[in-house]
Design a protein around this ligand. Structure first.
Ligand code: CP
Length: 306
């Protein structure tokens, strides 16, 4: 595999390998501290980011490599009208691997078709976010011990939330997984995801609008932010933005073993009063993202610690 554009490019066996590498990095980080010495990662972020960009950069530094790039389109020659294809051909001359975020769906695929080095999709519009899914999977693995027989509630903006689309695709391959889709009518999961992932793979699912009704049956609750940047008008965003706010009161009927995930950033959808609940995994999830990105960089650059 040369690029990671869509999480489904990774087989279950390859995901297992990445998780095993990440677990070994956690156990013995010194073993990996020089594996990317002399290598450079370019982070090309045409959209804002905290976790994805900085965890990619931290990952490369912790592997002994170096980092270059930009954090907004306005500080690159995209602001002068340069195409993604030209940008990538040029950056391929300077870096060994590129992580790219772009507001247009499909832009990382265009990049991959024009690159001489591996391209990682770090989020493309409302489409996919495969490395967030790697963070989510390591979190589920560490919190639950595996991926089978889980009822997963996905709550919030299921229409524009690209992390939801990638996670559902990945989890749909495990036995006994069920989804509960909790959203306002206007932010329901797009039909193409329902058809391809759920109906296409015969995965049990239900749709509802009430987080309270869904809560008691969930093993995992994946909260999401309403994606303001994807709305066409402010009034719709204002009306929908606080559709779901997770509070300690709403968790009263939840399982003791529930794991609460959120790709972050959060706005209002999880009260800070939930942060001290041991079931709140979202900051551990952000850390797991760094370990999985370390494992992915090593895989794409074909480097090993021995
Ligand atoms: N989860 C995530 O993609 O966060 P950032 O937008 O901060 O990268």
């Amino acid at each position: 595999m040369k690029n990671l554009i869509d999480i489904m490019q990774l087989s279950v066996e390859e995901l297992d390998e990445l998780i095993a590498t990440a677990m070994d990095i956690i156990a013995d980080p010194a073993k990996y501290s020089q594996v990317c010495r002399g290598k450079k990662l370019a982070t090309l972020f045409f959209e804002p980011s905290t976790r994805t960009r900085l965890s990619f950069e931290a990952a490369m530094y912790e592997l002994g490599g170096n980092v270059l790039g930009f954090s907004e389109a306005q500080s690159s020659s995209a602001a002068k009208g340069e195409s993604v294809a030209d940008t990538i051909k040029v950056v391929s001359c300077y870096a060994d691997i590129i992580a790219m975020r772009h507001p247009k769906e499909g832009a990382p695929l265009v990049a991959a078709n024009n690159a001489d080095v591996p391209i990682v999709n770090a989020g493309d519009g409302g489409h996919n976010h495969p490395t967030q899914t790697l963070a989510d999977l390591l979190t589920i693995y560490r919190e639950k011990g595996g991926f089978e027989d889980l009822t997963i509630g996905l709550c919030g903006d299921l229409k524009f939330g690209r992390t939801v689309h990638s996670l559902m695709s990945a989890m749909s391959r495990y036995k006994g997984v069920k989804f509960v889709l909790i959203s306002p009518e206007e932010l329901r999961l797009p039909d193409y995801v329902v058809d391809d992932v759920l109906k296409g793979r015969n995965i049990p699912y239900e749709e509802c609008t009430s987080l309270e009704d869904a809560m008691p049956k969930l093993d995992i609750l994946y909260m999401t932010r309403v994606q303001k940047e994807r709305f066409f008008n402010e009034a719709d965003y204002m009306r929908l933005k606080d559709s779901y706010i997770l509070t300690p009161e709403k968790l009263r009927t939840a399982k003791e073993t529930l794991s609460i995930l959120h790709p972050l950033p959060r706005v209002n959808e999880i009260s800070v009063a939930v942060d001290d609940d041991p079931r709140a995994c979202y900051f551990r999830q952000a850390l797991n993202g760094k370990y999985m990105r370390m494992a992915l960089i090593m895989k794409l650059l074909e480097v090993k610690p021995w």
